[in-house]
Write a protein that binds this ligand. Structure first.
Ligand code: AMP
Ligand code: MN
Ligand code: MN
Ligand code: MN
Length: 287
């Protein structure tokens, strides 16, 4: 085991290689300013930011571990699975993610035509302007376009009115099971983490079924403190981690500077948990 007792870590953030506003170099700069000692870049379904992130982290003297956030589905609900410490050259994970990115393009075209059918003009070109990595199109880029053109007062309203499940422009991503994503992360030498479990708003029995499925497939950790949790989620998921034997992970889920939680500022893990970094494989030490 390569872990050590870090004071501040951030194992969940996004760059311009997916739906974040900042390049890896800038993420590292802010991480360092905020006192973070170990970072992972977890772009959605994309590994292209890993190498620049690694280089920047090394240059800044931060420890680094590979990361990704994979879009999966469980019982009709989108579930995000974070992978950490895997080999990014592993062909199985690379080709899985390439498939998802292709499906994202097809889905984005459908979403654009849904919006056109509602009367919006030049959606595809507008959204393309928001996209910072042509291989990775997300609903976030649609939200950016709707917001910047005054069709929504902020990104949240763009989701609430047009882009969330049940809304007129929404198209689901094709189904990839939680179990499959966990298996592929594990086979690539990494650790699978259930991202922001409080965000799914699952009834208790469904959440437990998800946790059971995740663990049975080889999932090891859940996020406890994250920029995507409300304060009341933290004790709930701390208790689940402690009682059900999950390692505790933590990350800002940083996308944009104007969002609430800066890099590394998602809150320390509560006492009595088993922090994931004590178990993570392949931490690359800066010094
Ligand atoms: P996608 O993976 O293309 O379905 O887009 C999901 C991304 O959109 C998430 O990673 C968030 O960054 C963002 N997102 C999802 N739901 C919301 C929401 N209700 N408000 C703001 N951003 C959201
Ligand atoms: Mn996102
Ligand atoms: Mn997520
Ligand atoms: Mn995320």
């Amino acid at each position: 085991m390569s872990g050590k007792d870090y004071k501040k870590v951030d194992l969940h953030m996004h760059s311009t290689f997916s739906d974040g506003a900042l390049e890896p170099e800038e993420l590292v700069k802010q991480a360092k300013q905020n006192g973070v000692e170990l970072v992972a870049l977890t772009d959605h379904d994309e590994l292209a930011g890993i190498e620049p992130m690694r280089r920047a982290a090394k240059a800044a003297g931060l420890d680094f571990v590979t990361g990704v956030e994979i879009s999966t589905e469980y019982a009709g609900q989108t579930i995000h699975v974070v992978g950490l410490g895997f080999d990014e050259k592993n062909e199985q994970i690379a080709s899985l993610l390439e498939g998802i990115r292709e499906q994202r393009k097809v889905r984005a075209e459908k979403m654009a035509s849904n919006l056109e059918a509602m009367g919006f003009k030049n959606v595809w070109y507008g959204v393309a302007d928001e996209v910072t990595n042509l291989n990775l199109i997300s609903r976030s880029h649609f939200a950016g376009w709707l917001y910047k053109h005054g069709y929504a007062k902020d990104r949240q309203e763009a989701f609430d009115k047009y882009l969330a499940p049940g809304c007129p422009a929404y198209v689901a991503l094709p189904k990839l099971s939680v179990a499959k994503a966990v298996q592929i992360i594990t086979e690539a030498g990494g650790v699978a983490v259930l991202a922001h479990p409080g965000r799914y708003k699952l009834e208790e029995w469904k959440l437990q079924a998800l946790l059971d499925e995740f663990k049975k497939s080889g999932g090891k950790a859940i996020e406890v403190t994250t920029g995507s949790h409300k304060p009341e989620h933290v004790p709930i998921f701390a208790k689940i981690a402690a009682e059900q034997g999950f390692w505790a992970s933590t990350g800002s889920d940083f996308h944009f500077p104007e969002r609430k939680v800066p890099i590394g500022m998602q809150g320390d893990l509560p006492q009595g948990l088993d922090p994931i970094w004590m178990h993570l494989p392949n931490i690359e030490k800066a010094n």
